[in-house]
Design a protein around this ligand. Structure first.
Ligand code: GDP
Ligand code: MG
Length: 151
């Protein structure tokens, strides 16, 4: 059993696609562990996409991620990381297979509506970045069967 970090990016939130994206994960059989609508500041955006710091599109990527609210989620299931990437589809929506989220809902690589962790290491890092111990009161997580915290 594995957990992965998935995020509806600002374009997906603005276009009202949270429900459609959540539905696909639920229909696939993933278990929703945590979810929150939030704004990302530049520091968090830069840390989240730290691996791309040297890329020419990094500034544009950070501008985009901080341009509106995102919906941050943790999903659980067998091979959750690879399975979620499969549901999401290729980075460039133009190359994504029909039936994937990016192929069905997006046109452009710079606004491809959803993020999914690409490895166990990034999943753990990203879950820690977005769902650390200091949560606002009232934020609920699905109780883990073993009583463990989500991070
Ligand atoms: P992902 O793991 O499939 O999201 O892809 P990457 O980790 O390689 O890139 C992170 C995000 O940066 C992608 O989801 C795109 O939104 C964006 N991105 C990647 N390549 C490009 C590019 O060449 N130009 C622009 N503008 N954005 C890009
Ligand atoms: Mg990536």
């Amino acid at each position: 059993m594995e957990r992965t970090f998935v995020m509806v990016k600002p374009d997906g939130v603005k276009r009202g696609l949270i429900g459609s994206i959540v539905t696909r994960f639920e229909q696939k059989g993933f278990l929703l562990i945590a979810m929150k609508l939030m704004s990302i500041d530049r520091t968090l955006a830069e840390r989240h996409y730290g691996e791309h710091r040297e890329k020419p599109f990094f500034g544009e990527l950070v501008d985009f991620l901080t341009s509106g609210q995102v919906c941050a989620m943790v999903w659980e299931g067998p091979n959750a990381i690879a399975n979620a990437r499969g549901l999401i589809g290729s980075t460039n929506p133009a190359e994504a297979s029909p039936g994937t989220i990016r192929a069905d809902f997006a046109l452009d690589i710079s606004s491809n509506i959803v993020h999914g962790s690409d490895s166990l290491e990034s999943a753990q890092r990203e879950i820690g970045l977005f769902f650390d111990g200091a949560q606002p009161p009232g934020l609920l997580f699905r109780a883990a069967s073993d009583g463990a915290s989500i991070t």
